[in-house]
Ligand binder design. Structure first.
Ligand SMILES: Cc1cc2nc3c(=O)[nH]c(=O)nc-3n(C[C@H](O)[C@H](O)[C@H](O)COP(=O)(O)O)c2cc1C
Length: 228
């Protein structure tokens, strides 16, 4: 019973404290820690245990810096969506509201007004700078496995974020990188038989940065579950 309580409070702490970091220290994460994060993340469930996910991780400063520069150069010259997976055509109703309030929290933390489209665009472009993170993981699944491989990949991503948090490592799941999936796959020699799901930038958070000061909220339970 005692260890059950310890597990519960540890999980409660981890899920409550994890957030999407958008500013990092330059300090790299040591290789053993990265391996431990991946090892724990890979315990995520998958349909028939096929474990369809694959990760490419920039393991050191030089490799991340090189990719960051290439991505920035590419994204600066091509804004079109070139993703492997269709991007949402738009958000309506409650989804649009939640998206708006998350964006508002972010821009308010940075003192960026609704009218300041230039600073908004420049903050969005920070995605391609990997928000200054010293590492990035690229998550892919085989194209031939269809939608359920994406469900499996979502599980892996969630486990990765939590496992990173348990190691004191902050993270940023990034669909923005998948906008340039063809470029990213080509950069890392990932064949087109794989579909890029997202990137996850990670490292040690710059805790004092204003962008890391806000937290998002969650819908009340009644909005997400119907007990019958
Ligand atoms: C699949 C996925 C893609 C995301 N893509 C981006 C992204 O491209 N850029 C970004 O800044 N945040 C991105 N996020 C982070 C979300 O904005 C964030 O998870 C959400 O606002 C909830 O906030 P929290 O993670 O701090 O709890 C993504 C999250 C997920 C799960």
């Amino acid at each position: 019973m005692k260890s059950q309580c310890a597990d519960l409070s540890a999980l409660d702490r981890l899920t409550a404290s994890r957030y999407t970091s958008r500013a990092y220290q330059s300090r790299t994460v040591d290789h053993e820690t990265i391996r431990s994060i991946v090892s724990m993340a890979s315990r995520s469930a998958s349909w028939c245990n096929v474990q369809p996910w694959k990760l490419v991780i920039t393991a050191n400063e030089e490799s991340t810096a090189h990719f960051r520069q290439a991505l920035v150069d590419h994204a600066a010259n091509s804004s079109a969506i070139d993703s492997d997976l269709p991007f949402p055509p738009g958000y309506q109703g409650v989804h649009a509201q939640r998206r708006r309030s998350a964006g508002l929290a972010l821009y308010t933390a940075l003192g960026i007004t609704r009218e300041d489209t230039e600073r908004r665009a420049s903050q969005a472009f920070e995605n391609y700078q990997l928000f200054g993170a010293p590492h990035v993981a690229i998550v892919t699944v085989p194209a031939c496995l269809g939608s359920y491989a994406l469900v499996d990949a979502g599980g892996l991503v969630a486990y990765f974020l939590l496992s990173a948090q348990a190691h004191g490592v902050a993270s940023t799941p990034q669909a923005a990188l998948a906008r340039h999936a063809r470029f990213v796959r080509s950069y890392f020699d990932i064949p087109d038989t794989e579909h890029m799901v997202c990137g996850i930038s990670f490292g040690y958070a710059e805790d004092s940065h204003p962008v890391n000061q806000f937290r998002t909220s969650r819908a009340p339970m009644d909005e997400l579950v119907r007990f019958v």
